[in-house]
Design a binder for this molecule. Structure first.
Ligand SMILES: *[C@@H]1O[C@H](CO)[C@@H](O)[C@H](O)[C@H]1NC(C)=O
Ligand SMILES: *[C@@H]1O[C@H](CO)[C@@H](O)[C@H](O)[C@H]1NC(C)=O
Ligand SMILES: *[C@@H]1O[C@H](CO)[C@@H](O)[C@H](O)[C@H]1NC(C)=O
Ligand SMILES: *[C@@H]1O[C@H](CO)[C@@H](O)[C@H](O)[C@H]1NC(C)=O
Ligand SMILES: *[C@@H]1O[C@H](CO)[C@@H](O)[C@H](O)[C@H]1NC(C)=O
Length: 376
């Protein structure tokens, strides 16, 4: 009995020691990171930074030990170097050619009516081969005759990710005005957040599960009206619907297909339905040592954009729980409900820190421009 008690005591003591040493390690790190308190004269945000930093540094260390030095210098580098950033068109063109060796983006952007038969069984990129989706006449009727991006070319494009870093950025006007084409991810809301994220959308992805999450599976008249109005705002834009990534999409995909067939002629949004393209996209990024279980929608959009645009600027790409401008805590998405805590749930499946590290490297090479700061 006594031996058990003392062994237990020893274990508890070691755990306490471990926690204490972690706390001091992190606070030293944070002081180093943000320098003296001159930027925060009242000292208030430092507490914030400590808490936010504690969690994110811990997460970073856990997920990717090599990443800590990068985030430590990133604030200065990306921010103070912003004006010095230069685009390297040679490198970008080279990259576009490299990508085209793995995937024919203009043609693989969407399935087309001519290439798909009624009764054909589709499989899913991320699900077991046993799951199938039988193509019906309704689904087929919604496919474009030809890829909507064939021969489409734009000069400077923005890809807008959904990171909480956009909250308070006031980058909306810039995103709306400075670009020839704006990509967005997962049908993210823009109206309410337009000051920070802008409202212009030329293309957005739409994972069918959004119907379940935000439109109650279109079960009521109200849900259907809401969805109709959201689509109406996208008149002329492309809705890119990855229906064949997960078999769990099958039921909502049928609901979605029925809805579009019912409203054919009333909506001007252009539909695009990619087939099983992820193995090709993955094989390109694997050559850059990026091979997560699932690539993020953001880097997938960047991949598509690289064949359509001559220059790409990224906003809202920052997968960490603290703001690189202020050190304050951040939610994961800019549209998360106030008080939503950052979690590393998404980071793990997508390996977002590794992805961010690569995007940052591409930024320094002039392949893309990452914008993390607040806009004037
Ligand atoms: C642009 O990229 C090319 C190919 O990667 C490289 O050889 C060249 O040095 C770069 N130019 C500048 C100015 O960095
Ligand atoms: C991708 O494009 C190629 C070339 O046009 C075509 O043969 C192939 O079927 C396409 N695959 C998918 C999944 O769209
Ligand atoms: C992009 O979208 C805006 C409205 O959101 C539209 O005015 C503009 O013409 C679109 N550009 C292209 C190239 O489709
Ligand atoms: C700007 O960034 C480059 C690497 O991208 C770095 O070598 C250089 O020191 C930076 N300059 C400043 C003033 O931070
Ligand atoms: C982001 O864009 C704004 C406005 O053009 C600019 O002031 C800022 O320096 C940019 N930041 C970066 C990191 O490129």
């Amino acid at each position: 009995m006594v031996r058990i008690a003392s062994a237990l005591g020893l274990v508890m003591f070691s755990v306490a020691l471990l926690i204490l040493s972690l706390i001091s390690y992190v606070s030293i790190k944070k002081d180093f990171l943000f320098g003296s308190s001159s930027r925060y004269p009242n000292g208030g945000p430092r507490m914030y930074m400590f808490h936010a930093g504690f969690r994110s540094q811990l997460a970073l260390k856990y997920l990717d030990p090599a990443f800590t030095p990068l985030t430590s210098t990133l604030t200065e580098k990306v921010q103070s170097n912003a004006t010095k950033w230069t685009y390297n068109s040679t490198a970008f063109t080279q990259q576009r050619e490299d990508i085209s060796r793995y995937i024919d983006i203009p043609h693989n952007f969407s399935l087309t009516r001519g290439a798909v038969r009624v009764g054909q069984l589709m499989h899913y990129d991320y699900s077991s081969h046993k799951y199938v989706y039988s193509v019906g006449a309704n689904f087929r009727s919604l496919l474009p005759e030809a890829s909507p991006i064939l021969h489409k070319h734009y000069n400077v494009c923005a890809v807008v990710g959904n990171s909480g870093v956009l909250t308070g950025s006031k980058c909306g006007a810039q995103i709306d005005e400075k670009f020839d084409y704006v990509f967005r991810c997962n049908f993210a809301p823009t109206e309410v957040f337009r000051r920070d994220v802008g409202r212009r959308t030329n293309m957005t992805t739409f994972n069918p599960s959004i119907l379940e999450k935000y439109y109650n599976n279109l079960l009521t008249v109200q849900d259907r009206n809401n969805f109709f109005l959201s689509l109406k705002r996208l008149d002329g834009a492309i809705l890119w619907i990855p229906a064949f990534f997960f078999h769990t999409s099958a039921t909502v995909t049928r609901t979605l297909v029925d809805f579009f067939v019912e409203h054919q002629g009333q909506l001007k949004v252009q539909l695009a339905w990619p087939g099983n393209i992820m193995q090709y996209v993955n094989s390109y990024w694997k050559t850059k040592q990026l091979s997560p279980k699932r690539l993020s929608t953001g880097i997938l959009m960047y991949t598509l954009a690289s064949s359509m645009c001559d220059q790409i600027h990224l906003y809202g790409f920052w997968p960490f729980g603290w703001d690189p401008n202020t050190g304050k805590e951040l939610p994961y998405h800019y549209y998360d409900k106030k008080g939503t805590k950052f979690t590393t749930k998404w980071q793990e499946a997508h390996q977002l820190p590794a992805e961010f590290k690569l995007l940052y490297k591409m930024h320094t090479k002039g392949l893309l421009k990452l914008n993390l700061s607040h806009c004037a």
